[in-house]
Write a protein that binds this ligand. Sequence first.
Ligand code: F6R
Ligand code: ZN
Length: 192
Amino acid sequence: MTDGPFNTPILGGKIQAEKFDNHISRALSSMKGQYHDQHAYDAMLAKADTLLYEVYEVCRPEKEGELMSGISIVHPGKVGNEYFMTKGHFHEVLDTAEIYMCLSGKGVMVMETPEGEWSVKDLTPGVSLYVPPRWAHRSVNTGDGEDLVTYFIYPANAGHDYGTIETQGFRKLVVDRGNGTEIIDNPKWVQV
Ligand code: F6R
Ligand code: ZN
């Protein structure tokens, strides 16, 4: 980590992994209980622990004033009729926002607040998405065979609360039941 200003190449072909501090890979086995079709999940996992998404992070000290950034890549595919997606989280410091910029692919961001508001916004190339403080967020790849690539920036002291979503899920799911992308109620959603 450098003290002074620095560049990170983001656009223009293959990600230069060596320019990032951290590379996170999340496979199917890390999403236990998150997909609504448990049977489809188990059957898929029995075949292979498929890679669902990857994150390349530019890390900074986790203190107020600093910013974290990086690239998130959600691969294409479905578990049953539900698209590949990130785990999703609230920020541990709930009052911290995040900006996402879609670089390529097609998807949506599923969001909700502890108070029960929800929102689903498109992620399309060249469009930025503002995730306000208090909104949990999960990116979903609704594209056809193409990676969903986003660039994100958020306060370095935000932290991540994965536990709440792991326990209660998101209120809304993004599925394709044969008629294109649909947003449906999560039948498994429970208030913690
Ligand atoms: C950071 C953030 C993104 C996500 C990334 C992977 O606050 O929102 O960098 O971390 O898209 O998603 P999760 O963290 O939900 O596995
Ligand atoms: Zn976040």
